[in-house]
Design a protein around this ligand. Structure first.
Ligand code: ZN
Ligand code: ZN
Length: 311
């Protein structure tokens, strides 16, 4: 409760409050009438990631998720991946969002209609910006800023790049500047997530968010010479924003996919639980920090897996 009041106050909006009702949990209520177009609350998302398969369709800022580059770049990028997909004979497969976990069922939701492939040069000049399409200047997009470490993450602005680095990416960047052991451990972790369930990538962000927030709080604390706060309570504080959304463990909570029979529910839940532990172990190999160990422990019980159900 305090947490929400602080959040609402810090944003200087007094139009809403968070209420608790015994049976129904939390709810947001209005304190006054709103007019159309009023800003009610604006806040930064805690953790989020673009779905791996969606990366084929469009290029967005890794921090705020707005489209970046240019209309030509977006179209060129998509056509490029489509042409790769059709050249290896794979109908442009779409991940079926409903079914989680390992089951890499591809429902080809996208029609593979008349694959009119454009000549390579055309696609290339779309990507490089040598060609401009009519009216695209009416829809300018921010220029792409790549992560200076790995160049894999792309942003709409330096401030998004800096914020992402500060909140998550400094621990997850697998670029050439990262020490080789950690880099290869990160690669293994990402590979496992891509093969099983990319929710683990979001979960990794939740963990690094907590670890980095903890370190920041600790620095502030050391600076103010307050030794009273124990490391553990700082860690709890760092974890607080995420804890607000916690309901149940992921493997207990996630909806049963349609292709799993109800009688197999137990083994299904056990299976995704094992996946989650493997994934956590891989992440630990990459970013373990003894001081934050309780965080990883919590992770295994709470944050780590609760997130996925938002997917
Ligand atoms: Zn951005
Ligand atoms: Zn990077």
């Amino acid at each position: 409760q305090e947490y929400y009041e602080e959040l609402i106050q810090s944003k200087k909006h007094d139009g809403i409050r968070v209420n608790y009702k015994g049976d129904h949990g939390k709810g947001v209520c209005a304190n006054k009438d709103f007019a159309e177009g009023d800003l009610i609350l604006k806040d930064q998302i805690l953790v989020g990631a673009q779905h791996s398969l969606n990366k084929i369709d469009c290029v967005v800022c890794s921090y705020c998720f707005r489209f970046i580059g240019s209309v030509e770049f977006q179209i060129g990028h998509r056509l490029y991946f489509q042409s790769i997909a059709s050249s290896i004979g794979c109908s442009s497969e779409r991940h079926c969002h409903g079914s989680d976990v390992g089951s890499s069922t591809c429902s080809s939701g996208v029609t593979k209609e008349k694959s009119t492939t454009l000549p390579e040069e055309v696609i290339e000049s779309l990507i490089t910006g040598d060609v401009s399409l009519p009216f695209s200047d009416h829809f300018p997009l921010p220029e792409i800023i790549a992560c200076q470490g790995c160049e894999e993450e792309r942003y709409c602005s330096q401030s998004c790049a800096d914020s992402d680095w500060e909140s998550y990416h400094s621990l997850l960047c697998a670029g050439p500047n990262t020490e080789p052991p950690r880099r290869s451990a990160l690669h293994k972790f990402v590979e496992h997530a891509n093969e099983t369930n990319d929710i683990f990538l979001v979960a990794a962000k939740a963990i690094t968010f907590t670890m980095l927030r903890y370190k920041k709080l600790k620095r502030q604390n050391d600076f103010q010479n307050k030794s009273a706060e124990s490391n553990f309570s700082l860690l709890m504080e760092a974890w607080k924003p995420l804890s607000m959304g916690f309901k149940k463990r992921w493997w207990d909570y996630v909806a049963l996919p349609e292709d799993v029979d109800a009688s197999d529910e137990d083994s299904f839940r056990q299976e995704i639980r094992d996946l989650a532990f493997t994934s956590l172990q891989l992440l630990k190999d990459a970013i373990f920090d003894a001081e934050c160990a309780p965080c990883i422990l919590f992770g295994s019980h709470k944050t780590w897996f609760k997130l996925s159900y938002h997917e």
